[in-house]
Ligand binder design. Sequence first.
Ligand SMILES: [Zn+2]
Length: 217
Amino acid sequence: MIDEFRGPVLVVVAHPDDIEAHCAGTVAQLVARGEDVSYVLVTSGNRGTDDPGVTAEEIAAQREDEQLAAARIVGVECVRFLRYDDSDLLFHMPQLRAELTSIIREMKPRTIITHDPYPGNGSRDSCAIYPDHTTQGLMTFQAAYLCSPGPLFYPDQLKRGLAPHRVEMLYLIMSDKPVTQGRDHPDMDDFFRRIAGELGDKGSCRLAEGFRRLPPT
Ligand SMILES: [Zn+2]
C-alpha cells in the first residue's frame, strides 16, 4: 500500500502521539523514499495529564518538545502547531476548516494522512469517537476535498496569493486502542508491537499500520 502514497504528504492529527501511535512507521518509510512529509498538530494536548501540579502551558510545551523529537527521529523537519485547546474540538469548527484550507493551499500536498471522521464501528474503543479525532478528521476532509479546490471558498486566501489546490487522496488512521501520553505504560513497547502484529496478520506481514483509503469521489 505504501507504494500508493504520493508526495508531498501532509499529516494532520489532533494530538502529539497520534502520529507515533498510528502512522510514524509509514512516515519513516516515505521520508526514506525521499518524499516531502510535513506535520500539522491541531492541538498540543494541553490537557493530557493526570497531574494536578502541572499547568496546561507546561504540558503543552512538554508535548510539543516530544513531538519535535519524534519528528526528527523519522526525518520530518516541518511541524506546525495550531494550538487549539485539547478536547475542545467541536463538531463545527469554521475557523479550523479555513486554517487547514490555507495550509493545504500553501503546502500543496498530493496525499493527506488524518483521522477517520466516521470510525463507524461500534466495536471500536472510545478513542475512535473522541471528539478531537472525529472533528479534526471531518474538518481536514472538508478542507481537502471541498474547500481547497474551490475558488469561492475563502477568497481572501486567494487575494493573499494562494491558489486552489486539489488533494489526490486521504488516508485515514483508525484509533483502535486508546493510547495517550501522561501515564507510564511499562509494557508500551509490547503494546504497540501487539497492535502492529494484529494489523500485520491482516496484511500477511509481521508488523503493519492500518489506513482507510478515501478518494475524492
Ligand atoms: Zn489523539
